[in-house]
Design a protein around this ligand. Structure first.
Ligand code: ADP
Ligand code: MG
Length: 253
């Protein structure tokens, strides 16, 4: 149900190339992260998959079916939480189910509770902090019945401890229903802790993205980030992520 393929995708904005001949595959039930510097085209990839944008070239396939430029196939959490201001938190979270005809209010309340938001179920978005809005937006995406989940930096606005809690929570949910997840982050630790595989996007669209298969067994240990092998991986990816200009300067010294 959830297999996704990006085939030879190219995209420019006002003649400025952002993605060039990009190929990417996410297998059914796989957790894949896209890691890359700001401006490398991560959110653009999601806008293309979600059908909000059409690529200049290439195709997007879901289970072998061409869905290029089509909306309504995925569950998507945008980078900036777009909550409906006139709806309560609970009503916002239930919206994807409303569209699909089946509302599970008990599940929504339970998920809000697990996200630390139970006392805000009847609040409006204006009453929430930025981090809380992000958590509502995250719960809303999880409530969607779609088999493919796209999460654009879902924990970016959260403090470190809340972020670690939410990551753990996401993994425990994911291990239960094994949905296909494509996850955007610029945080190396987060990508390593969560993913089966990582695509590392270059800052220059002419360079090929790199791909890494994360070797750590599941369930992932809470203190994985203290593990020597983890630190080696982190270092390796850190150097891969740096712009080539910086690399060159470092090599010359
Ligand atoms: P990321 O999510 O990796 O930070 P984006 O995908 O948001 O990067 O943006 C990649 C580049 O494309 C940036 O230079 C951005 O300014 C540009 N861009 C993205 N969306 C648009 C748009 N709708 N119109 C014009 N330029 C855009
Ligand atoms: Mg972005």
């Amino acid at each position: 149900m959830g297999k996704l393929e990006l085939k030879n995708i190219s995209m420019s904005f006002e003649k400025k190339p952002v993605l060039r001949d990009l190929n990417m595959t996410v297998q059914e039930g796989e957790f894949v992260s896209i890691l890359g510097p700001s401006g490398s085209g991560k959110s653009t990839i999601f806008h293309l998959i979600g059908g909000m944008l059409k690529p200049d070239a290439g195709n997007i396939m879901q289970n072998g079916k061409d869905i290029t430029g089509q909306k309504g196939h995925i569950s998507y959490m945008p980078q900036a939480p777009s909550l409906f201001p006139w709806r309560t938190v609970l009503e916002n979270v239930l919206i994807t189910q409303e569209i699909n005809g089946k509302k599970d209010k008990a599940l929504a309340l339970d998920m809000l509770k697990k996200a630390g938001l139970s006392s805000y179920a009847n609040a409006t978005p204006a009453e929430l902090s930025g981090g809380m809005k992000q958590r509502v937006s995250f719960v809303r995406a999880l409530m969607s019945p779609m088999p493919l989940l796209l999460l654009d930096e879902p924990f970016g606005a959260l403090d470190e401890l809340t972020r670690l809690e939410m990551q753990k929570w996401l993994l425990s949910l994911w291990s239960m229903d094994k949905r296909t997840v494509l996850f955007i982050t610029h945080n190396i630790d987060e990508a390593l802790y969560l993913s089966d595989r990582i695509y590392i996007l270059p800052s220059n669209p002419n360079d090929k993205p790199m791909e890494a298969t994360v070797p750590f067994p599941r369930p992932r240990a809470d203190d994985l980030w203290l593990n020597q092998e983890f630190l080696e991986w982190k270092k390796d990816i850190y150097y891969k992520l740096k712009p080539s200009e910086v690399k060159q300067i470092e090599q010359n010294n």
